[in-house]
Design a protein around this ligand. Structure first.
Ligand code: UDP
Ligand code: MN
Length: 297
């Protein structure tokens, strides 16, 4: 059933780039049970991925929300390091969503790279800011992004790039393994367990626990993902419920029902608090330390 061992698949047809070398990392899981590659450092050829993306003349979107104090605190570094490491050499459009477009600093952009700033309402609670992203993204993915981007990544702003995050990460739908949970047994994973929530997962359900700080895919796939999550969030709200990890709980439900075509190892979004681990060779994004008391409400 697995498609992982193949070395010649094309980015658009089969949703991943480059020659894959899953055998280069025998100590980690490099293929999901449904045959999607799990991308670890060394399991792909970044140059093949780059070339293939160039040949297909792709435009890649990167969406990020910076509302309230998150704007001053994180946005500039996120964008500056994205200029160094995110899809270098490709055509990229950043979409920044904020309630204060005028406060977004002018980051110097390379050729073929654009920045669009979109105004959003500021929600009162931080949980609502986080959850409202799904609805806003869905609207954006049904409008401008259809015309402007082939593939899109949606990311949290409280992190920065520390190494190459290139076209090897592209796919029809892409999920990020959560760095806290990738080695936990399934029954311990923090899925939503409330039977009344749209995000509910029964014991024994769930493949991996995915991190909502990074997800991606084609515009069409992401439209489906954001519609599902926005619907689930509205369903819960109408019943006075809030899933344990907010939008992330609904994202996990979505990827349980609709398996991602590609999975990124925790190297792609690593928490420095976890220290060094031999299997984490080259982190590509690093979480900022959590400073919730300073930033929230
Ligand atoms: N966010 C924001 N302002 C807020 C709360 C959240 O801009 O007041 C955005 C921001 O992009 C942030 C994301 O929503 O990275 C998710 O929130 P957070 O990072 O605080 O959640 P955590 O990663 O701790 O679960
Ligand atoms: Mn975050």
């Amino acid at each position: 059933m697995g498609v992982c061992p193949s070395a010649t698949m094309s980015l658009l047809r089969d949703n991943f780039t480059g020659a894959l070398r899953p055998w280069a990392r025998p100590e980690v899981l490099t293929c999901t049970p449904w045959g999607a590659p799990i991308i670890w450092d060394g399991t792909f050829d970044p140059d093949v991925a780059k070339q293939e993306a160039r040949q297909q003349n792709l435009t890649i979107g990167l969406t990020v929300f910076a509302v309230g104090r998150y704007l001053e605190k994180y946005l500039e570094r996120f964008l500056e390091t994205a200029e160094q490491h995110f899809m270098a050499g490709q055509s990229v459009v950043y979409y920044v969503f904020t309630e204060r477009p005028e406060a977004v600093s002018r980051v110097a952009l390379g050729p073929e790279r654009r920045l669009r700033v979109e105004r959003v309402e500021r929600e009162r609670r931080w949980q609502d800011v986080s959850m409202a992203r799904m609805r806003t993204l869905h609207a954006a993915l049904s409008g401008r992004l259809v015309r402007e981007a082939h593939f899109v990544f949606c990311m949290d702003v409280d992190q920065h790039f520390s190494s190459t995050f290139g076209p090897e990460a592209l796919g029809e739908s892409v999920a990020q393994l959560h760095s806290w949970h990738y080695h936990w047994p399934r029954w311990l994973l923090p899925f939503e367990r409330n039977a009344h929530s749209a995000a509910k997962m029964a014991r024994g359900e769930g493949d991996f626990y995915y991190h909502a700080a990074v997800f991606g895919g084609s515009v069409a796939a992401l439209r489906g993902l954001t519609a599902h999550c926005a619907r689930g969030l509205a369903w819960d709200r109408a019943r006075g419920l809030e899933a344990r990890w907010h939008d992330e709980s609904h994202l996990n439900k979505f990827f349980w029902l609709h398996k991602p075509a590609k999975v990124l190892s925790p190297e792609f979004c690593w928490s420095p608090d976890l220290g060094r681990r031999t299997e984490i060779r080259r982190p590509r994004l690093l979480w900022a330390p959590k400073e919730y008391r300073l930033l929230r409400d």
